[in-house]
Design a protein around this ligand. Structure first.
Ligand code: ADP
Length: 195
């Protein structure tokens, strides 16, 4: 079976996580944030070390490990009853993060929409990330050099995913608006999707 899916897409600091968390609280939605799944790994899990190694340098974790982590989490959430694939919309945040991952997930996802949270103000994103560093104890946000590397990785490796799905699925949403207005736009778009 395939999962009815919408993707939250955007640069680090664009507010994907904020929107994903809210959507995940609405009945009928299940939110999976790939970065959170990595951060939730136990310290003695070998993949946890791989994650720290790559994320602390602003790089993507290798694709095979990432897709495997996704698969395990989705399977576990289905078995424990938090995700009901037959009726829930899967909200993916932070995955697929390059066209190879999109291709690896292709047979499992029925992607209905890609919400591209745009932010033309680079300084604003960097500022958001730096504020988050302390609040959420994110080491990869604490260092300005790593932040810039993450933004470059996004431009070079992640943005091509938008072309992979194409203009019919991609909806640009201005993320410099208030979280409430971003949410309103996303919900209106979801409400207009075909069943
Ligand atoms: P942000 O989008 O704010 O940079 P995330 O929490 O989504 O933060 O991701 C943090 C880090 O986790 C990334 O920089 C990357 O190293 C790793 N990561 C998350 N998702 C993926 C993915 N799909 N593929 C590879 N690496 C990932």
């Amino acid at each position: 079976m395939t999962f009815k899916t919408v993707l939250l897409f955007g640069a680090p600091g664009s507010g994907k996580g904020t929107q994903g968390k809210i959507l995940g609280t609405i009945p009928g939605f299940f939110h999976f944030a790939c970065g959170d799944a990595f951060r939730n790994l136990r310290i003695d899990d070998p993949l946890g070390r791989v994650f720290i190694d790559y994320s602390s340098r602003g790089q993507l974790v290798p694709d095979d490990s990432t897709i495997e982590l996704w698969r395990k989490n989705i399977t576990a959430s289905t078995s424990n009853g938090s995700f009901h694939p037959e009726r829930d919309i899967l909200v993916l945040d932070g995955i697929p993060r390059n066209p190879t991952q999109a291709e690896m997930l292709k047979s499992m996802l029925d992607v209905r929409a890609v919400f591209h949270l745009t932010c033309s103000d680079m300084n604003k994103m960097v500022e958001r990330l730096q504020r988050r560093a302390l609040r959420e104890n994110r080491l990869d946000d604490a260092n300005l050099e790593v932040i810039h590397k993450r933004l470059r990785t996004y431009e070079q490796e992640t943005k091509p995913v938008l072309d992979y799905y194409g203009p019919n699925l991609v909806h640009n949403v201005d993320s410099t608006q208030s979280p409430m207005n971003v949410l309103r736009m996303i919900l209106n778009l979801i409400a207009s999707l075909k069943p």
